[in-house]
Write a protein that binds this ligand. Structure first.
Ligand code: HPA
Length: 267
């Protein structure tokens, strides 16, 4: 069993470890993963935006990424992302676990199941077992971590308008970002346990009354990076194979073996 770490903005490498590059070819595309031992466990690291942060959110090959992690033997995925915040309970600089999402993206390849009928439940879109592990790791470390947040996923690459943010707030969003969807839904199709850890880097557009910059997102991420790495390290160190409902998402389908091949990127 391996634990995959998907590093969002600001998390481009894991500290204190030399990881080996590994090219994984899937029917959805090729992905360069990094593999090694971190906190005593086998980990697979995938910088979501590429090693030099050159890939914008709408151009990420989410299908290839998730299929490659599945094919490489991952069963748990811890994914970090920088977000704007709409919630006074999650001010900039704080961290939150994602529990639900609004999908405002368009034009993204969002499923492995294009030529077959499979409707997966999304009642609990983020893995509750991993979320509990993250919550207790944060408590052990004395890290403040809000345990519930609704993520509005926009297409980007532009930031939102103030009117959009007011609308998303009225729709129930706490946070806004550009990458958690379809990553999380593809992970469920691949029967991976997937947790989303959000780092609030800025007030969402129109809330602070000043324009947003990409620079401020990077600066806040840099400030929170060490704490994020501690949290991830603690969960990695404590991780064990899980028998979680996420791992059985396809059980009800008689075509499950074929669906599983698709989600692992096999031809
Ligand atoms: N909007 C969308 N994505 C983001 C933001 C934001 O305000 N901050 C960091 N990622």
């Amino acid at each position: 069993m391996s634990i995959a770490l998907i590093g969002g903005t600001g998390l481009c490498r894991l500290p204190g470890v030399d990881l080996t590059r590994e090219e994984v070819v899937t029917r959805w595309g090729s992905v360069e993963l990094r593999r090694g031992t971190w906190h005593g466990r086998e980990v697979i690291f995938l910088p979501r935006h590429g090693a030099s942060h050159a890939l914008p959110p709408h151009r990420i090959n989410y299908r290839a990424n998730i299929a490659a992690l599945k094919a490489a033997g991952a069963s748990l995925v811890l994914a970090s992302s920088a977000v704007g915040t709409l919630s006074p309970d999650i001010p900039p600089g704080s961290m939150a676990l994602l529990t639900d999402f609004l999908d405002l993206t368009s034009g993204r390849e969002h499923t492995f199941f294009d030529e077959t009928v499979a409707h997966l439940d999304s009642t609990v879109p983020y893995c509750p077992t991993l979320r509990a592990m993250l919550g207790s790791a944060a408590a052990d470390l004395g890290i403040a971590l809000r345990d519930e947040a609704v993520y509005a996923c926009t297409n980007g690459p532009r930031f939102e308008t103030p009117a959009e943010i007011r609308a998303y707030r009225a729709m129930g969003a706490d946070l806004v970002g550009m990458t958690s969807v379809p990553e999380v839904t593809l992970a469920r199709e691949a029967e991976l346990c997937y947790a989303g850890i959000a780092i609030a880097t800025n007030w969402a557009a129109g809330i602070a009354g000043q324009p947003l910059t990409h620079g401020e997102v990077g600066e806040m991420m840099a400030q929170r990076l060490e704490e994020l790495q501690h949290l991830l390290g603690r969960v990695v160190a404590a991780s064990q194979p899980l028998d979680c409902p996420c791992r059985h998402a396809l059980d009800e389908y008689s075509s499950a073996p074929a669906l599983r091949r698709l989600a692992a990127g096999q031809a």
